[in-house]
Design a protein around this ligand. Structure first.
Ligand code: NAD
Length: 431
């Protein structure tokens, strides 16, 4: 029988492997929030574990005539507040524990921004950079077909994540629609606008990160024009975040990519950098910035640091050396629980992932609503609604943190767990 606290490692006894295991990190924060909420022991057990974990082995005909078999996952953590919602990741290091953690984070995120979804996540172990479009399409369609009875607009609605994009979502939508014998656009979000996607979805996560950064500035009496920012990752989230902040007058002094960084103490022109990257396929060689060590960039003396690349980049190994005043988590799970404690001691103001990067899922919710209405909003309408939800959610978390005397991360978890626990109890248990 599962015990409510059977896996509650204390932070002091974590090994490095446990420290960087996203599922362990999620569980520690969840347990802490549940304990502070004095959560009913039964509900604690229900919410601590995903409700369903599916593993598929997908045969794919490769371009050279061989057959490859890829392992894929879909984890549905909770459907208590509505259909499960969460992205699909294609990467060589996808693991079940990672997908589990990401699925539960989706539950908490949807609850923090108060949208009517539960949480799920999917992943396939593959290297999309080494696969042709044809191979990716065949793998995506078979993965979708394997999961067909578990997906649906009222069951589980995937979206893009690392290694997947709007083309991937178009293939999933088409495959699902072929099986259902009718076009069903609302089975996935993050689609091309021409196929039922929402205006503003592509930029939404970065936009949301910039809105909560603005709110933090107001709360801390800081001015954007005096604020130096470093962003790690220049993919969807990182590049859009940097672009929005640059347009709002922040000085984006550094960008760290996987193969090196770029720095300019006076601020980089992000619009020009985006054009340069589009032309050259890399940020390196951009004349207005000097090459800089990517790990050193995270430790530079800036006001705001925004990890927007991947998990576990701020750990017990580097947290003490961070010099930022504000940490805004664009990526999922960039900070380990040990690093959290170090940052708290240093007084860093953290905007946790389950609040900071919810702009994407919020606009996915708008996309789902528009698909089901068959009526599409202007970009201005989408952006105004998104900005309002991000601003209100930041204030909800901040007020929760003040009222309960906890840091922003635990406040966000407490707010989310409380909301999900409420509906779980309200629905009761079948059989
Ligand atoms: P992406 O693949 O578009 O971009 C990731 C970028 O990070 C790439 O440019 C990659 O080169 C870079 N990168 C990878 N490892 C790095 C490293 N060690 N150091 C520096 N740069 C590195 O992915 P994305 O969609 O921007 O997602 C980034 C993060 O944000 C992930 O954690 C993802 O789960 C999270 N997230 C994404 C969305 C979304 O809407 N796309 C929403 C919420 C959260």
């Amino acid at each position: 029988m599962k015990q409510a606290t059977d896996n509650s490692n204390s932070i002091a006894t974590l090994t490095l492997e446990q420290e960087t295991n996203p599922w362990e990190a999620q569980s520690l924060r969840f347990d802490e929030a549940a304990r502070r909420l004095n959560l009913d022991a039964g509900i604690w057990k229900v919410l601590r574990y995903p409700s369903r974990e599916i593993i598929v082995h997908i045969p794919v005909g490769m371009d050279d005539g061989s057959i490859e078999v890829f392992t894929g996952y879909r984890v549905q953590h909770s459907s208590s507040r509505g259909p499960c919602k969460g992205g699909i990741r294609y990467a060589p290091d996808v693991s079940l524990d990672e997908v589990r953690a990401l699925a539960s984070w989706m539950t908490w995120k949807c609850a923090v921004v108060n949208i009517p979804f539960g949480g799920a996540k999917g992943g396939v172990i593959c290297d999309p950079k080494k696969m042709s479009q044809g191979e990716l399409e065949r793998m995506t369609r078979r993965y979708t077909a394997e999961l067909i009875e578990f997906l649906g607009p009222e069951k589980d609605v995937p979206a893009p994540d690392m290694g997947t994009d709007e083309q991937t979502m178009a293939w999933i939508m088409d495959t699902y629609s072929m099986h259902m014998r009718q076009t069903m656009t609302s089975v996935v979000t993050g689609k091309p606008v021409s196929l039922g996607g929402s205006r503003g979805r592509k930029e939404a996560t970065g936009r949301g990160v910039s809105v909560v950064t603005d709110e933090a500035m107001k709360h801390l009496n800081m001015r954007p024009e005096d604020t130096k920012v470093v962003v790690q990752g220049f993919g969807n989230v990182g590049s859009n975040t940097a672009h929005f902040l640059w347009k709002k007058g922040y000085k984006v002094v550094g960008i760290a990519e996987w193969d090196g960084g770029l720095y300019n103490a006076n601020g980089l022109d992000i619009s020009e950098l985006l054009e340069y990257r589009a032309k050259n396929g890399t940020i390196h060689g951009f004349k207005e910035g000097e090459a800089y060590d990517k790990d050193e960039l995270l430790l530079s003396a800036v006001d705001v640091l925004i990890p927007a690349a991947t998990e576990n980049v701020i750990t017990s190994r580097n947290a003490a050396k961070l010099r930022c005043r504000v940490l805004v988590e664009g990526a999922n799970g960039p900070t380990t629980p040990i690093a959290d404690e170090i940052l708290a001691d240093k007084g860093v103001f953290v905007i946790p992932d389950i609040l900071a990067n919810t702009g994407g899922v919020t606009t996915s919710y708008f996309e789902w609503v528009q698909d089901r209405m068959g009526y599409f909003w202007t970009e201005k309408e989408v952006n105004e609604r998104l900005d309002r939800i991000m601003t209100d959610s930041f204030q909800d978390v901040l007020q929760y943190s003040i009222a309960h005397g906890v840091n922003n991360r635990i406040a966000a978890y407490m707010l989310a767990v409380d909301r999900v626990a409420y509906t779980t109890k309200q629905r009761g248990f079948y059989a």
